[in-house]
Write a protein that binds this ligand. Structure first.
Ligand SMILES: Nc1nc2c(ncn2[C@@H]2O[C@H](COP(=O)(O)OP(=O)(O)OP(=O)(O)O)[C@@H](O)[C@H]2O)c(=O)[nH]1
Ligand SMILES: Nc1nc2c(ncn2[C@@H]2O[C@H](COP(=O)(O)OP(=O)(O)OP(=O)(O)O)[C@@H](O)[C@H]2O)c(=O)[nH]1
Ligand SMILES: [Mg+2]
Ligand SMILES: [Mg+2]
Ligand SMILES: [Zn+2]
Ligand SMILES: [Zn+2]
Lengths: 211, 211
C-alpha cells in the first residue's frame, strides 16, 4: 500500500513534467498480444507527419517491440521491467530522462501485457487506454472489471476474427460500458482502415482538450 | 524473496499432501484467453470416464470459468485471487482443504492468465503446463523465456487461425525448444480432434510415471 502511494506521488510528478513540456501521454495497456504494438504503429503512421511522437516500450524483453517502433522516425526508449508485470512511475521517469521532451507533442507508452496490475499503477499519463482482442474470448471484459473502470478508452481489436474464435464483439463493448458508463469504446481491425479512424480521432481530441 | 521462499515451502507441503493421496496435479498456466479452460474441458471430456478429476479455477473473477467446469460431473473449487496476478501455494492449500482428495486421481489447476509471475510460484504440482495461442503473435514465446524454462509442456493453441493473424506456429514451437530443450511442445486446435490426442496422452503418461 505504501508502494502504491509512493507510485502515485511519482506519477503526479511525471504528469507535471509532461504538462510543462506540453506533451500528452497515453498509457496503453491490454492483454498479451491483443494488438498494443500494432495500434501504436498505426498511430505513428497516421499522425507522425503532423505531430512529434515519442514511444516508451515496456516489457520483460522490451527490445522486441522497441525494434518495431524504431523502424519509424521517432524516439523510442525500451524499458525492461525485469520480473515486474507492470510499468510503474519510476521506470517511466527513467525513460522520460532519456527522451527529447522539448521536441515531443505525443508520448505513447506501451505497458506490459496484463489486465490486472496496471490498473493500480499510474505512470503520469493524461489518458488511459486498454486493448483487448476478440481472441481472448468475449468474457474477457467482465473478467477484469478494475482495469476497465480506470480507463478513458477501451479498444476491442481483431474483430475480423470474431467468427473464427466464436466471440461476440458487441458483448465486449456493452460489458465495458456497463462497468464504466463514461468509457469510450471502439471496435477495430488492422485489416479495416476505417476502423482505425476512431483511434486516431481519440488521440487528436485528447490533444485539443489537454493543451 | 522471503515471499518466494515461504511459497516454495508451502508448495512442497502441498506436493506431499497430493502424493499421499496418489493425486497427479497439473499447474495449467498461459496467456489471457489462450485456451486454458477449453483444454481443461477437453481433458475432462476425454478422461473423466476413466479417472476421477478435480479442478481448481484461479482468477480475479474465478466463478466464470468455475461455472464452465461445473457443467461436468467433477468437483470444482473457484479461487478468487483478488489483486494477485498469479495463484500461490497458500490459495491452492485452501482449495485442497475443500476438495474430496480421497476420491481424486487427477487435479487440474487453471492459473491466472499471465506469462510472467506464475513462473516464480510453485503450487505443489507434479507437472507444469504453459498455453499460448497463435493470436498473441508468434513472438510471444521469445518474449517470455522464464515461464517456458520452468515448464514440462508447452501448448501452441488455436493453430486454425494462424493465417488470419499472420503467425508462424512452427516458430513458436522452435522458440520453446530453444529456450528449454527438454520441454514437450504440442500444436493444438479445439476444432481438430486429433490435435488434442497429444494433450490427453501427456496427462495419461504423467499418471503412469508419477504413480
Ligand atoms: N487478424 C488480426 N490480427 C491482428 C490484429 N491486430 C494485431 N493482430 C496480430 O496479433 C498479433 C499480436 O499483435 P501485437 O501488436 O504484437 O500485440 P501486442 O499487444 O503488442 O503484444 P505484446 O506486446 O506481446 O503483448 C500479431 O500477430 C498481429 O499481426 C487485427 O486487427 N486482426
Ligand atoms: N479458433 C479457435 N478458438 C479457440 C481455440 N481454443 C479456444 N478458443 C477460443 O478462445 C477463447 C478463449 O478460450 P478460453 O478457453 O476461455 O481461454 P482461457 O485461457 O481459459 O481464458 P482466461 O481464463 O480468460 O484467461 C474462446 O472464445 C474460445 O472459444 C482454438 O483452438 N481455436
Ligand atoms: Mg507489443
Ligand atoms: Mg479460463
Ligand atoms: Zn502483477
Ligand atoms: Zn504479477
Amino acid at each position: 500500500h505504501d508502494v502504491l502511494e509512493a507510485n502515485e506521488e511519482l506519477a503526479l510528478r511525471n504528469h507535471h513534467l509532461l504538462n510543462g513540456f506540453g506533451i500528452i501521454a497515453f498509457n496503453i495497456m491490454g492483454a498479451i498480444g491483443s494488438g498494443k504494438t500494432t495500434l501504436i504503429e498505426l498511430a505513428i503512421e497516421r499522425l507522425g507527419g503532423r505531430y512529434r511522437i515519442g514511444v516508451i516500450a515496456g516489457d520483460i524483453v522490451a527490445d522486441i517491440d522497441a525494434n518495431r517502433f524504431k523502424r519509424y522516425d521517432v524516439p523510442v526508449i525500451a524499458m525492461n521491467t525485469g520480473k515486474e508485470c507492470h510499468l510503474d512511475a519510476l521506470l517511466v521517469k527513467n525513460a522520460l530522462d532519456q527522451l527529447p521532451l522539448e521536441d515531443l507533442d505525443i508520448l505513447l507508452i506501451e505497458n506490459v501485457g496484463n489486465l490486472i496490475c496496471p490498473a493500480d499503477y499510474s505512470l503520469g499519463e493524461s489518458k488511459r487506454v486498454v486493448i483487448v482482442s476478440v481472441s481472448e474470448g468475449d468474457d474477457i471484459v467482465e473478467k477484469h472489471p478494475m482495469i476497465f473502470k480506470t480507463c478513458d478508452l477501451a479498444i476491442v481489436n481483431k474483430v475480423d476474427i470474431s467468427d473464427a474464435v466464436g466471440a461476440d464483439a458487441d458483448k465486449m463493448v456493452s460489458d465495458a460500458l456497463r462497468l464504466n458508463p463514461s468509457i469510450k469504446v471502439l471496435k477495430t481491425s488492422k485489416k479495416v482502415g476505417e476502423s482505425i479512424d476512431g483511434w486516431i480521432e481519440f488521440i487528436e481530441a485528447s490533444m485539443n482538450v489537454c493543451r
